[in-house]
Unconditional design. Structure first.
Length: 198
């Protein structure tokens, strides 16, 4: 017996979420169908509200309910250092480390020629513009350690060096091929402490 079309549509939509395969999408769909209606209403309401309220910070491009975001608005932060990350999730992971009190910039992805993602598809131009308009002495590149992240780090570092700004890369502590958002605070803390100039 085939599934009802409405369930098929749910599964197809949920399957598009990162890390969700066909079986997981099916389980989640049927779980949602079994949930009490008030919980379903809260779920859909929270998704819609988040989509309406959340916006990109005009300074660092992190998701925020205010512009500029709380981090960019915090006068107590070290304003001469910027940590460049791929995603808002990476920013959250690094921000949990108490050792780093500088600012951030979210590229919005990584270079990937095989996926047709080039320099104009992520926020490299916006980063350079920000660096030219601020008094920055160091940029910490905190992209993932996979091939895309490494390619992005090297490309961005070469451009930033032409501006006369010190460029460092997170040091030991992060596994090669790993995603920053899944690393624990101690690992990220060690990586920041052990960063190296590029």
């Amino acid at each position: 017996m085939n599934r009802p079309q409405s369930v098929e549509r749910m599964i197809e939509i949920i399957k598009k979420l990162p890390g969700v395969g066909p079986k997981m999408a099916e389980r989640l769909s049927y779980h949602i169908l079994k949930m009490p209606q008030p919980e379903v209403d809260r779920l859909t309401d929270s998704i819609q509200k988040a989509r309406q309220i959340m916006k990109y910070c005009s300074v660092c491009y992190n998701f925020s309910e205010q512009d500029p975001c709380q981090i960019c608005s915090d006068a107590a932060r070290e304003r001469s250092t910027i940590c460049v990350v791929e995603t808002p999730q990476d920013l959250i992971a690094v921000s949990k480390v108490k050792d780093y009190q500088g600012l951030y910039f979210v590229l919005g992805g990584a270079l990937s020629p095989l996926d047709a993602v080039g320099p104009d598809d992520i926020r490299i131009n916006e980063l350079i513009k920000r660096l030219k308009n601020a008094n920055i002495s160091e940029v910490i590149i905190a992209t993932d350690t996979d091939s895309k992240g490494e390619m992005t780090a090297v490309y961005v570092a070469e451009i930033i060096k032409t501006l006369g700004i010190k460029v460092t890369r997170l040091g030991y502590g992060l596994p090669v091929g790993g995603d920053i958002e899944y690393a624990d605070e101690v690992t990220i803390s060690r990586a920041i402490a052990g960063r190296q100039e590029m």
